[in-house]
Design a protein around this ligand. Structure first.
Ligand code: XMP
Length: 516
């Protein structure tokens, strides 16, 4: 489902596999301009609907044999093009210039020195502006139709254009934070040179998405699995706006949710006017998990039970033909597989744990083309409670992958209590919003302690709080000692069965955020 195609004001980013490609997209979106990332070797069929094209960077070298060498003649001179890093090198290579290894690897800060400072491309950017370099090849010779625009101390051809075209190239990365005027440069290119209108806003997204859903779904019934998290909630509100009571939401209690989560969240959803059914299937999940200790088997048991419960419930709704999911853009984009050749595909994740074939439902994913921060902005523009929008991520298998070893109702109770003390404490001390994700793990060991005059032999729990942007990498948060001290005391005093609290100080990698 592609939204906003009617606007004709969007930008195509052709991805050559750079780790920064998503960042380019985010910067462009911050300018209120809609853009889509497509692998360089799977460009969209109808390129005419894109108003400008950006060629991304790549970890590869243009000197490699026949890799990442698409034919640019289809676009050069026909559309405004901005080539970044590898893109700039490939543009030079393709147009007859020369690219060779740099004498020194060029990483980090550099400062621009303009050769042509009166260019619209550099409007509102000062001489000496800091840019960020990350490349090991360099453009030794520009193509004969190339015109040098700027250099840095180490990189002569830091910015150039192709004469008589709206084709620009930069060796540095405008999308990264350390390129101080990077956003201005993108704006100069997209708005002033390419004439793209800045009409992409949460409100415009809601408006066009609601009409696209209505057009696509018509009077059909749609079923959606709510998780209590941001994505499925925003997706549900959007669908509710579009089709009202034809949206059937199902919120399953798998018995592995946070303390009181099922009741609280269900009430909140009902207050939001959603047509939602809460299904308490805790016993079924616990039964399926009995004696299971292997983390992957736990995930499977939880995933399969979810499908069974969800399918049972969906079958009770007569004539349902669509399944809605809260899939977001990062789930969808798969960068070009640079090592494995042009194997890039766009894949669809099934957030609800995999769709069984026999359900045969058509899929609607209204958030498929937007990033997490945009999901939050869209949610805010529809009036969703900021507390819901600011919630930490919580894994689908819930506390099931935070209880190491086998899972019992008693262990779930202990962990729910511990987690509630920790999370409420973070909220009370104004730390919750400073942390990307936090939770507690119940370890499969007992340790000796002493309470009063009594020897105890009870559970150990680990607290984990991380900062991250996307969960792919993460670092532990330096929570104040006083907070840790207070929380540890509260847990040991209030939660029966726990006599020791430890704090996890591992980064990801090499550790993961969850312990299983
Ligand atoms: P890891 O543990 O891989 O976690 O560093 C990264 C992020 O993903 C979440 N996570 C999951 N989410 N199903 C989910 O829906 C899962 O099986 C799962 N495993 C991990 C985790 O909470 C963190 O935000």
């Amino acid at each position: 489902m592609v939204f906003l195609r009617m606007q004709q004001n969007h930008v195509l980013i052709l991805d050559f596999g750079s780790q920064y490609t998503q960042l380019i997209a985010r910067r462009v979106r911050e300018l209120n301009i809609y853009c889509e990332i497509h692998p360089y070797n799977h460009p969209p069929k109808n390129q005419s609907e894109f108003k400008a094209i950006i060629l991304s960077g790549s970890p590869n070298s243009v000197r490699g044999e026949n890799v990442l060498h698409p034919d640019l003649s289809e676009i050069l001179g026909k559309k405004p093009v901005l080539a970044v890093c590898y893109g700039a090198q490939y543009l030079a290579h393709f147009s007859g210039g020369k690219v060779a290894p740099s004498n020194t690897r060029e990483y980090g800060r550099a400062n621009l020195s303009f050769v042509k400072s009166n260019e619209t491309f550099f409007e509102n950017i000062s001489e000496g502006s800091q840019v960020w370099m990350s490349h090991s090849d360099t453009i030794k010779e520009l193509p004969t139709n190339g015109e040098l625009l700027a250099s840095t101390k180490d990189v002569e051809n830091a910015a150039y254009k192709i004469k008589d075209q709206n084709t620009f190239a930069i060796q540095f990365h405008p999308e990264v934070y350390h390129s101080t005027d990077g956003k201005q440069l993108l704006e100069n290119f997209l708005v002033k040179i390419a004439g793209v209108a800045q009409t992409w806003t949460p409100d415009s997204f809601v408006e066009s998405t609601v009409s696209a859903i209505r057009e696509k779904v018509g009077n059909d019934k749609v079923v959606l699995g709510l998780s209590g998290g941001v994505d499925s909630s925003v997706a549900a509100v959007l669908l509710n706006k579009a089709i009202g009571q034809n949206l059937y939401c199902i919120f399953v209690n798998n018995g592995l949710l946070r303390k009181n989560e099922f009741e609280t969240v269900l009430k909140r959803y009902e207050g939001m006017g959603l047509n939602v059914k809460g299904v308490d299937a805790s016993a079924r999940f616990l039964k399926a998990l009995e004696g299971v200790t292997d983390p992957e088997k736990k995930r499977k048991a939880i995933g399969n039970s979810f499908i069974e419960v969800f399918d049972d419930e969906a079958n009770k709704i007569t004539d349902v033909t669509w399944l809605a999911q809260g899939t977001i853009y990062p789930d969808v984009i798969e960068s070009v597989s640079v090592n494995g050749g042009p194997s890039a595909t766009i894949k669809s994740h099934h957030n609800v744990g995999g769709l069984p074939d026999f359900m045969k439902l058509k899929i609607v994913e209204p958030l498929k083309m937007i990033f997490k921060d945009e999901v939050r902005r869209v949610g805010a523009s529809m009036g969703i409670d900021p507390e819901l929008l600011g919630r930490h991520p919580f894994p689908g298998p819930g506390l099931g992958i935070r209880i190491l070893g086998d899972i019992t109702a008693e262990k779930v109770r202990i962990l729910q209590e511990v987690d509630a003390v920790f999370i409420n404490g973070l909220k009370e001390d104004g730390l919750y919003d400073k942390v990307w994700q936090a939770g507690a793990m119940l370890l499969p060991v007992n340790s000796v302690g002493v309470m009063g005059d009594e020897r105890t032999y009870e559970k150990v729990v680990a607290l984990r709080a991380v900062e991250s942007t996307d969960g792919m990498t993460a670092d532990w948060v330096n929570l104040p000692y006083e907070f840790l001290q207070k929380t540890s005391n509260k847990i040991i005093n209030q939660v029966k069965g726990v006599n020791r609290v430890v704090y996890d100080i591992s980064s990801k990698p090499p550790a993961t955020i969850e312990w299983e």
